[in-house]
Write a protein of this length. Sequence first.
Length: 101
Amino acid sequence: MPEELQTGEVRNVRRETKYHLVTFFASIVLTFLAFYPVAYGVNPRFTIPFIVVLGAAQAAFQLYIWMHLRDKEHHFPTIFFYMAILIAFITILAFLFMIWW
């Protein structure tokens, strides 16, 4: 029985390492993709939203993998994180409405 646990633990460590490496390389690729339009003077109307989308994707990768939001045991941090996003979204919407109306 202990051998099975050790084998399962080894598989878990390998899987975690694989997730971290894939996320690390994805972050590097996203960073280079964000750098390209800035370095070559692409139209700012494209560049700014493009960088924001890439930044959101990179933040999602990092939160999901490195902050362990995908783990089943982390219910409270996940709930608090999504509530913070909801509150931030509502706050931004409120400020936008206050500015425009």
